[in-house]
Design a protein around this ligand. Structure first.
Ligand SMILES: [Zn+2]
Length: 441
């Protein structure tokens, strides 16, 4: 058996932030790390910012506190697939959102122009009496502006660390995490807004994908507006001050588009704003018919498997009670899974054989029957042989015939029932009746 690939061993040679630049060999540059935007698993070194304190969420109260702040690794890599830049050493737990507010300055004149532009885009697409949810709403500045411009509607702000005045019911406010699997069904929103939030998350792709799949499950045509800081200009300006610890993720126009493309969402518009310093996108969630089918199939399989367990166990109980002698063919791997899953215990089913002579003398994992060679069935014929490895059923039936082993019934599990190999319909029947098949009659 081949050695499993050990990617973690590669990390031992990784360049650490704050050290001299690595040599130009691929081993020093290639990083196996998961892109938060597209999920690609290979990145290259992009920016070594050494170690630095938190810059937007710490709020030291004195010089002493400021000087004593812990320094965190700024270890930015770039996804080879979508161009996203992210801190591969980021840990969400190191950012104290729970006791420090994330203050966003909204008063700049040009910034206000940008917000009005995006509000106009959103308002033009909203239906009459919309339900709008903003996730990570902060102080609710943006959501309230929408509510004032289109008051006939329901505006709901979620932010576990937000501080928000609801202004006599202009908006609703819940200081908690928005859970796609719960809250999408609860509010059935026309629009979800996620502004300046994804860049802080450890796994923004998982969050947006959860929204997409939840919309699919509920059959909702919910729209999604996302805005994040954009680093498209960083490449031309050589700017590095964008890369601080609180922003784990740095989106390009491409990487935001790729994130949405991988989230069962249909992109309607993606554009940069505020002199290309932000990128925003408007998309429609829940647009994967294939995804919906997979979800439905998975649920059906899950329930079916539970039912199959009960059926097969009941049939084996009947067989054990009948007083017939039984052998199980197969003792490891899928056969051992059969034996454990269906409670084929050592007391009621002591005889296990395996085609592989190398397995003889070893024991069935979990249940403890000793595994014999098939010769045991020539010395001590049984009434019933159960094939425990469905996928090898044909080969086993041939082997039984060739070895001249006799039994009154050969069984295998198919679609949740123990079926008769010779008599019943199943996909493993032998193409033509071998001469020795009379042994199975
Ligand atoms: Zn990527």
């Amino acid at each position: 058996m081949a050695e499993p690939l050990n990617f973690s061993a590669h990390k031992a040679t990784h360049h650490q932030p704050g050290q001299p630049a690595p040599s130009n060999t691929l081993a020093d540059w290639l990083q196996t790390s998961t892109c938060p935007a597209c999920g690609f698993h290979v990145a290259v070194n992009f920016y070594d910012g050494g170690h630095a304190p938190l810059t937007t969420l710490a709020w030291p109260k004195s010089t002493e506190q400021a000087l004593a702040m812990p320094k965190l690794p700024l270890d930015f890599v770039r996804c080879v697939e979508c161009g996203h830049v992210y801190n591969r050493s980021f840990q969400y737990a190191d950012v104290p959102y729970s006791d420090k507010p994330n203050l966003m300055y909204n008063q700049g004149a040009l910034w206000q122009d940008h917000m009005q532009e995006t509000q106009a885009l959103i308002l033009a697409k909203l239906p009459e009496n919309p339900v709008v949810v903003e996730i990570g709403a902060g102080n609710g500045h943006f959501l309230k502006a929408l509510a004032r411009q289109k008051p006939q509607g329901r505006y709901i702000a979620y932010d576990p660390n937000g501080a928000l005045d609801t202004e006599d019911g202009l908006v609703e406010f819940y200081p908690e995490l928005f859970e796609p699997a719960v809250h999408l069904a609860q509010y059935r929103p026309d629009l979800i807004i996620v502004r300046h939030m994804l860049e802080h998350l450890e796994n923004p792709l998982a969050f947006i994908q959860s929204l997409g799949v939840a919309a699919e499950w509920e059959g909702l045509p919910t729209a999604l507006f996302i805005e994040v800081p954009c680093i498209d200009r960083v490449f031309e300006t050589g700017r590095t001050v964008d890369f601080f610890y609180e922003h784990n993720s740095h989106f390009t126009t491409t990487s935001l588009g790729r994130l949405l493309g991988r989230s069962h969402a249909q992109l309607e518009k993606i554009a940069r704003g505020y002199e290309d310093e932000v990128v925003y996108a408007y998309a429609r969630l829940g647009h994967s018919e294939a995804g919906r089918l997979i979800t439905d199939n998975a649920r059906a399989f899950y329930h079916q498997a539970k039912q199959i367990d009960q059926q097969v166990i009941a049939q084996l109980n009947t067989l054990a009670d009948s007083g017939k002698t039984v052998a199980i063919w197969g003792g490891t791997g899928k056969a051992a899974t059969f034996i454990n899953r269906y409670q084929v215990d050592k007391t009621r089913f002591p005889l296990v054989v395996d085609s592989d002579a190398d397995k003889a003398g070893t024991y069935v994992p979990g249940t403890g029957q000793v595994i014999h060679t098939p010769q045991a069935l020539l010395k001590h014929p049984v009434d019933v042989i159960i094939i425990a490895t469905q996928w090898r059923a044909r080969d086993i039936a041939l082997e039984i015939a060739q070895r001249g082993i006799t039994c009154s019934q050969l069984l295998l599990e198919y679609q949740g029932n123990l079926v008769d190999f010779a008599q019943d319909v199943h996909p493993y029947s032998l193409p033509e009746t071998p001469s020795a098949n009379s042994n199975l009659a």
